[in-house]
Design a protein around this ligand. Structure first.
Ligand SMILES: Cc1cc2nc3c(=O)[nH]c(=O)nc-3n(C[C@H](O)[C@H](O)[C@H](O)COP(=O)(O)OP(=O)(O)OC[C@H]3O[C@@H](n4cnc5c(N)ncnc54)[C@H](O)[C@@H]3O)c2cc1C
Length: 352
């Protein structure tokens, strides 16, 4: 375990918050983790403990007073086929998009729609990342974890992960207990593309029309997804951000009708009010739409702002933003959506 004291976390969070931790502990294998905890050396480290990936879903609100752990377990390897499924294992510290690229290059269908999502494979298993109609849970078979209670490596089957929308057992009842060390992904040899989300099908068609006679491959879909993402989302390497800052609120249908009536009374009877059926009489309203309706799209103030092309993304516009500035903007947006729409926005980004 490589341990550093009073360590800057600026490179370890995509928002680019210039904060530090008292202690930073990096490790390269699951065995190293087990050996470290079994020897009792964790008692020498300051608490609380926090495990991070690449910090792309985190907002550090201040210096972290304890120990931040980070996995440098990086590998992708093929496993023997099982039940007719092609299987691979990837280390938790592997860059997630490297996994998607590997799958696309090897002709495996299933990870291509998840291309370009920042972060590491271990966090993908915690977050149940999703995009363009696909979710991590669609391709995972099992998750290998260090169990802090038994001080051993444990296999958690997909069903035990209790995956939901950007949710898992690792974020709920087992939070703090498990450190993901690797994940097993499985792919069906006959699986095909999932194009029925947003503009994906139309963009894929444009590409295919330009290369007649060429069969559609995961590589082609991956490149379309990367292009779509690139045109809509800020690259954290250039503009600090943590992706979608707020969750999409789910409200009872009659409440949605009230919001829709409000918007149509203001802008006309044909004004589009986007929503998705969330089942059991509930409707999901895109938080981006609510934020835009309340006038925040493209807003900027000091070092922070709301991304012009996607109002769900708050940005560290100058690279010099302090946590208080992001928090102040979050508070203003939440208050205005509450006042105007009567809806309480809840942050998607984890505040540390
Ligand atoms: C520009 C941009 C676009 C994005 N687009 C999407 C998108 O389309 N879809 C989507 O789902 N998300 C998206 N995100 C959010 C983010 O990329 C994901 O949530 C990602 O999985 C976070 O990975 P990370 O490695 O950065 O984890 P972190 O943000 O560092 O951590 C996330 C959580 O996982 C825990 N964790 C991390 N590693 C481990 C481990 N090894 N063991 C146990 N717990 C661990 C942390 O404690 C924390 O609770 C986007 C973010 C950005 C900046």
């Amino acid at each position: 375990m490589e341990i550093r004291y009073h360590y800057s976390l600026k490179r370890h969070n995509t928002f680019g918050m210039d904060v530090s931790c008292t202690c930073f502990a990096g490790y390269r294998s699951a065995e190293e983790l087990v050996e470290f905890f079994a020897s009792g050396r964790q008692y020498d480290l300051p608490r609380p403990f926090l495990h991070i990936g690449s910090g792309s879903n985190l907002l550090f609100t201040k210096d972290f007073p304890g120990t931040v752990f980070h996995s440098d377990i990086r590998f992708i390897r093929e496993l023997p086929e099982k039940d007719g499924k092609i299987r691979i294992e990837t280390g938790a510290g592997t860059v997630w998009d490297d996994v998607c690229e590997w799958c696309a290059v090897h002709g495996l269908w299933g990870a291509e729609n998840l291309s370009g999502i920042p972060g590491e494979a271990g966090a993908a298993a915690v977050q149940n990342i999703g995009a363009y109609g696909a979710e991590f849970k669609d391709i995972v078979s099992e998750v290998h974890c260090f169990d802090a209670v038994t001080c051993s490596i444990r296999t958690i089957k997909k069903d035990e992960c209790r995956y939901g929308y950007r949710d898992s057992v690792f974020k709920q009842s087992a939070k703090g207990r498990y450190i993901v060390t690797s994940v097993i992904l499985e792919f069906s040899p006959e699986a095909g593309p999932k194009l029925d989300y947003g503009q994906v099908e139309a963009e894929v068609k444009k590409v295919m029309d330009g290369i007649p006679g060429t069969p559609l491959t995961p590589r082609i879909v991956r490149s379309v997804i990367l292009d779509i993402r690139g045109s809509r989302l800020p690259d954290p390497a250039e503009t600090g951000n943590a992706g979608s800052f707020f969750k999409n609120p789910v409200v009872p249908k009659p409440f949605y009708d009230k919001v829709a009536n409000y918007a149509r009374s203001k802008y006309g009877p044909d004004y589009p009010v986007p929503h998705f059926d969330a089942g059991s009489g509930f409707v999901k309203i895109p938080a981006a739409w609510l934020i835009e309706q309340c006038g925040w799209k493209g807003y900027s103030e000091g070092n922070v702002g709301v991304y012009l092309k996607q109002p769900l993304v708050l940005v560290n516009a100058t690279g010099k933003a302090r946590p208080e500035e992001i928090l102040a903007l979050e508070k203003k947006i939440t208050a205005s959506v509450q006042d105007i729409m009567g809806i309480t926005l809840v942050p998607e980004v984890e505040h540390i």
